[in-house]
Design a protein around this ligand. Sequence first.
Ligand SMILES: Cc1cc2nc3c(=O)[nH]c(=O)nc-3n(C[C@H](O)[C@H](O)[C@H](O)COP(=O)(O)OP(=O)(O)OC[C@H]3O[C@@H](n4cnc5c(N)ncnc54)[C@H](O)[C@@H]3O)c2cc1C
Length: 424
Amino acid sequence: MRPVVIVGGGMAGLACARVLHRQNIPFLLFEASHQPGGRVATTVVDGYRLDAGFQVLHTAYPEARHALHYPSLHLQKFFPGAQVYRQGEWHLIADPWRKPLSAPATLAARIGGVRDRLLLAQLVADVCLGMVESLFVRVDLTTRQRLEEFGFSADFINGFFRPFYGAVFLDPELGTSRRMFDFMFRMFAQGDVTIPAKGMSMIPLQLRLALPRHSLVFDTPVELIHPDQVKLADGRVVGARAVVAAMDGDQASTMLGLPPVRFRATTTLYFTTATPPLGRPIIALDGDGTGPVNHLAVPSLISGEYAPAGRHLVACNCVGQAALVPDGPIADSVMEQMTRWFGGQVADWKLLRIIRIRHALPAQPPGWLEPVDRPTKLASGVFIAGDYRSTSSIDGALRSGRLAAEAVLAWDGRGRLTRPRPER
Ligand SMILES: Cc1cc2nc3c(=O)[nH]c(=O)nc-3n(C[C@H](O)[C@H](O)[C@H](O)COP(=O)(O)OP(=O)(O)OC[C@H]3O[C@@H](n4cnc5c(N)ncnc54)[C@H](O)[C@@H]3O)c2cc1C
């Protein structure tokens, strides 16, 4: 029996392979690079674990909860909230339900007013009631319009939501669809923000280890896709029962003639230091909006495995236009900004690596998630998966991969063998 060929071994391709394998459908997955995971990757440099840009896994992700085995990932939690640098001072905005002792500090933070705190509680109720699917049929707006319409003050939107969701969507303008905002706000409210103890690459590694080794072919780009075969870049032709195109949106539009996908960029500057600049495992935000760093984390405070003993790793993340500034100038202006934030200790920081990801996240303006799941069948025998087909996230990529596999099974006459499980 000819195999189903999966092109691309990111989260979408791996999720597709997982479903096919569970149904005993032979498959071959061709991945252009030397490893699985695509954009979810970790490189070890001098004993430091550098994720390919700052990324996190939300434990409430509905698809990930089923596709991944969380205990084996040894997920380490962030403090539920953020520390915001604004007008020369630090302010804490914490989740009052999970960190009640931080409620006085959150109330005292000079960002927005008491009404904004009350609205936060109302927003939690608004996005958490009902099935998650209901969020994707609401009237679409930009995130900024959504927040203004809900009644938040401009001060709170600019001082807190802008850098916080600028980090989540890599979109400091808050032009992302409110449907995606509502979904992510629910994820923050219903679960933890985590990273695996040994880096984000543990997530694709877990999926890969559950698949037969001989079905995964690395360092092998696919050049052409047909319904019954693919042509590899080295000239070989491989027959296929069906093909699932699980490349990133950019490759898919080039190879399959799909409309182009607009991406958001991010640049992470990794520094090493003996003294962590933050006192707890929290994300720090630029509440002034001056940049270039929008958000900062110290992954080694979340998991000690991210740095050698006695050392710390600092991830300074730039989004929007700041992500496009060349290496020399960006490193200088990051150091200036960090000195304003943390004082003289920054002189001891050593720049370890600058990681640039131009095609980090597909932009999701209003209308993009209409519908939330785009069709998985492109033509007879050709199926399609990727984060640009669903919510732009690890969860969306996993979901689209599973849906593509189910579409293959249905098309193949095997019926819908694996049904989407209801949210727990
Ligand atoms: C810096 C950054 C921060 C992020 N933060 C978060 C976050 O905090 N939380 C979250 O949920 N998501 C986050 N994301 C998004 C998340 O990582 C992606 O949505 C998801 O990993 C996309 O998976 P994918 O399989 O759709 O695509 P990809 O990961 O792009 O996988 C596509 C794969 O196809 C391969 N490929 C391409 N062309 C070919 C070809 N011709 N032949 C063979 N193989 C090919 C590529 O090498 C790649 O491995 C972030 C992404 C980045 C980059």
